[in-house]
Design a protein around this ligand. Structure first.
Ligand SMILES: Cc1ncc(COP(=O)(O)O)c(C=O)c1O
Length: 417
């Protein structure tokens, strides 16, 4: 059963918006996706009916408890966690990563080593460098192969040593779209007794995530990248979360996951997260558990997006002077997300973004906080790249509009209105 894209698009109010008669074309999805009406309704309903703190005997607090509990279960289903106790909510991935860098740091000693990568978003790089500076740790960096746009796994394996305590790596790159081999990375890290912290912020809207088969020890993602509200979520193996010592207030719970959920959480955000997970599950046929439906739905999304990505790459490659920085081989597109970064000879990335904005096409220029890969590919000085990112609500018409606007820029000939 393929995805019914018209029905899908009708669920997203933002996709129907027009500005001065031009429809909005969202290619800024890696920076945050639009949300279906069910997410908006769930958040509004929480603010009306369940706007209370947790743990009280009165009905609005009881309802808030149910929303918080439900959101943990929903995220456990999405990530295939063994238990909802393994799910920790927070403000966003960056804040959770800083928090857990400190929590993990309690186990490290001067001279210990952390491995990061040249393919990662800075939120999975800087927190570890800052921790290393505070504790006297050494940081080593996995090389990005500029020919293949993949991590150099041999180099990674050569970096592992007796002092390696932690490997921090992304599941997929928010700049190049490359999907990394987390099971391979985790197996090698575990053989040395090191933990693996995986950043799944960019992969979560595109591919099924199963923490049990990925093999990492901690994983972070951000629901606003997968059709939900601005939140961050961390998954951690229960035995690990139990054994780590949180930074917490005395009256806060000692049990999981509350011991890591500092302060008052966004309950309306949690309501929205459950609705986003339910939205995704409903893309699959109605049989099976929510977890099973989520797996099927994410496989359908990946299939659809891989085809769309092929069409995007083909159209971009036909634009004079355009260079794609990332995997382009037709047979390898399932090893990437449909996030495509490029440069266009003679045009600064910022000027391209402005030109596209003139056509109501939304896209980001620069490094998108992926400072490492941008710099490893020698693109930083030239202003980075123009990044376009598709999700499953995008259609071929979006690609056509993008290609036409780029051709206009490349040839200097204006499009007819
Ligand atoms: C791959 C990746 N990691 C981490 C982040 C940071 O996420 P957050 O905004 O939730 O802190 C982003 C945000 O763009 C990202 O794309």
């Amino acid at each position: 059963m393929p995805l019914d894209i018209d029905t899908i698009r009708n669920q997203f109010p933002a996709l129907a918006l027009e500005d001065a008669g031009r429809r909005r074309i969202y290619l800024d999805n890696p920076a945050g996706t639009q949300v279906p009406q069910t997410v908006i309704d769930a958040m509004a309903d929480c603010l009306v009916n369940a706007n209370a703190n947790l743990g009280g005997p009165f009905c609005s607090s009881v309802a808030a408890d149910a929303i918080a509990g439900g959101a943990h279960v929903a995220m456990a289903d999405l990530l295939n966690a063994r238990s909802s106790r393994e799910i920790v909510f927070g403000a966003n991935m960056t804040t959770l990563t800083f928090q857990f860098s400190r929590v993990l740091g309690r186990r490290f000693e001067a001279g210990d080593e952390i491995i990061v990568s040249e393919l990662d978003h800075d939120a999975n790089v800087s927190p570890w460098y800052l921790l290393a500076r505070d504790l006297g740790l050494t940081v080593r960096k996995i090389r990005l192969d500029p020919e293949t746009f993949r991590l150099d796994y041999d180099h990674y394996e050569s970096l592992l040593g007796d002092r390696t305590r932690l490997v921090c790596v992304g599941h997929a790159s928010n700049l190049l779209g490359t999907i990394n081999d987390i099971p391979r990375i985790a197996t090698a890290a575990h053989a040395r007794g090191a933990l693996v912290f995986a950043d799944a912020v960019h992969s979560a809207p595109h591919v099924p995530i199963d923490v049990q088969t990925l093999g990492c020890d901690l994983l972070v993602c951000s629901p606003y990248k997968f059709f939900g509200p601005h939140q961050g979520v961390l998954w951690g193996r229960e035995s690990l979360l139990d054994s780590l010592e949180p930074y917490k207030l005395r009256p806060a719970p000692d049990s999981l996951p509350g011991r890591y959920e500092t302060g008052t959480q966004s309950h309306e955000g949690m309501a929205g997260v459950t609705a986003a997970v339910d939205y995704l599950a409903a893309l699959a046929p109605e049989n099976g558990s929510r977890r099973e439906r989520l797996r099927t739905a994410m496989e359908l999304i990946h299939q659809y997006e891989t085809e769309l990505c092929g069409a995007l790459i083909e159209r971009l490659q036909a634009v004079d002077g355009l260079t794609i920085h990332g995997i382009t081989a037709a047979g390898e597109l399932s090893q990437r997300t449909p996030t495509v970064s490029f440069t266009l000879a003679g045009h600064h990335p910022e000027a391209i973004a402005e030109h596209l904005a003139g056509h109501n096409i939304f896209a980001w220029s620069g490094h998108s906080y992926a400072v490492e890969p941008c710099s490893a590919l020698g693109l930083l000085e030239g202003g980075g790249v123009l990044r376009v990112g598709l999700v499953h609500y995008n259609v071929e018409d979006d690609i056509e509009a993008l290609a036409a606007a780029l051709e206009e820029l490349a040839t200097g000939q204006q499009l007819s209105a």
